[in-house]
Design a protein around this ligand. Structure first.
Ligand SMILES: [Ca+2]
Ligand SMILES: [Ca+2]
Ligand SMILES: [Ca+2]
Ligand SMILES: [Ca+2]
Length: 400
């Protein structure tokens, strides 16, 4: 980075004294000779610190707890779907492709939706939604009409108090399935999809107590989708290895940070093996404001001891994206008690830098990453649990 700064001083003839330019030229030549690839990426960035425009807030309905993205009306612009815990519905906000969103259109779910999986579950080319609902112990399938509208919910029962949902093809039949974590029963429900928007009865697999969120990915490289569930009570991550038929082996558990609450999978150290990060609520009464934990995968379904990173107060959700354009995955957390989003830049070796914090609405509880204004840079949207619920949109302003 020092070399690139000096190069930039050379490239601004109006602001650099002539002597400085001459003195820097040999260094520039050295940089070119040693590392032409890094010089060419320096010309485009990456930016040294993450940068976002001030958040714009959009009203959803009551107690917005989760946000997901997709092009629900098929106009090429990314839209938002927000789950509203107290109004028992989802708000759909259509994007205009410049980073702005329209007025929320609300559509009913079952009771207390808290998570959304987006996918084309009935294979008609239109994105659909499936919500997890902890007040009715079920999931709601809502077929998309391709114009931003969604059909009435069709519900399928899961175990007790589902807290989150993901979609993946667990049995490799080409149809999207869903999985929920169930805090009341300490397990994960797998619901196999039939490709027409229906789901088979839930099959449950034990994890540890109070699982709050899950991520799907192939953690052991056998081509079958596995699950990582994060357990709040014991502050652990449970790994369920899939066999490709919708069945899973016994959970293997790995320690994470205190009050682990959210999990995301990605390859932080670029070794081709999926790693994990968790957001941990901490315990403020014990002086722990919460943290993010990074667990590196070994490719066999096992994970390292966690490394701990500070974020804002009470990080309740973690996601990932390359927010500064250096091709290394970065982390972003929603910080429930400081009303901020933290972005921590990854260095591509599994290490992450200090948090840069960006203000959003009140009590952010979830984040989604997508390119809302079509400039090729990932933006962020939060779901804010305030009343009324809102979504806060952070547009990436890094120059790269
Ligand atoms: Ca759209
Ligand atoms: Ca569909
Ligand atoms: Ca696997
Ligand atoms: Ca990055």
């Amino acid at each position: 980075m020092k070399a690139s700064n000096r190069f930039r001083s050379v490239s601004w003839p109006g602001t650099s004294p002539g002597r400085k330019v001459v003195g820097a030229m040999p260094l520039l030549i050295l940089v070119l000779l040693i590392s032409p690839a890094s010089w060419s990426s320096t010309m485009q960035g990456p930016c040294a610190t993450p940068s976002f425009a001030a958040a714009e807030n959009y009203d959803a309905a009551s107690n917005s707890i989760f946000v997901a993205t997709g092009d629900f009306n098929r106009d090429g612009n990314v839209d938002l779907a927000v789950a509203n815990q107290s109004s028992n519905n989802v708000s759909v906000l259509l994007g205009d492709g410049t980073g702005k969103f329209g007025t929320a259109a609300n559509s009913a779910t079952a009771t207390r939706p808290n998570g959304i999986a987006v996918g084309d579950f009935n294979k008609d080319g239109n994105l659909d939604l499936v919500t997890s609902n902890d007040g009715s112990n079920n999931v709601s399938f809502k077929a998309g009409d391709g114009a931003g509208g969604f059909a009435a919910a069709v519900n399928t029962t899961v175990a007790n108090r589902p807290t989150s949902i993901v979609s993946a093809d667990f049995n490799r039949d080409g149809n999207l399935d869903v999985a929920t974590t169930n805090a009341g029963t300490g397990n994960v429900s797998i619901l196999l999809g039939d490709g027409a928007g229906r789901f088979a009865a839930a099959v449950n697999f034990a994890v540890e107590s109070t699982p709050m969120a899950l991520a799907a990915g192939d953690f052991n490289g056998d081509g079958n989708v596995d699950i990582a569930a994060v357990n709040f009570g014991p502050s652990t991550v449970s790994i369920l290895l899939g066999d490709g038929t919708g069945q899973f082996g016994a959970a293997k558990n790995f320690g994470s940070g205190q009050g682990a609450y959210s999990v995301v999978a990605g390859d932080w150290n670029k070794d081709g093996v999926l790693d994990l990060a968790t957001a941990n609520l901490g315990a403020r009464s014990q002086g722990n404001p919460g943290s993010l934990s990074v667990l590196l995968g070994d490719g066999g379904g096992n994970f390292s001891n966690p490394s701990t990173h500070a974020a804002g107060l009470v990080p309740v959700f973690v996601t990932a994206g390359d927010f500064n354009g250096d091709q290394n995955a970065d982390l972003a957390s929603a910080n429930f008690a400081s009303n901020t989003v933290s972005v921590l830049l990854g260095d591509g070796t599994g290490h992450f830098g200090p948090a840069s914090n960006f203000a959003v609405g009140s009590a952010p509880h979830s984040l989604a990453v997508a390119d809302f204004n079509k400039d090729g840079k990932p933006d962020l949207a939060s779901a804010d649990l305030s009343t009324p619920g809102r979504s806060s949109v952070l547009i990436n302003t890094c120059t790269y």
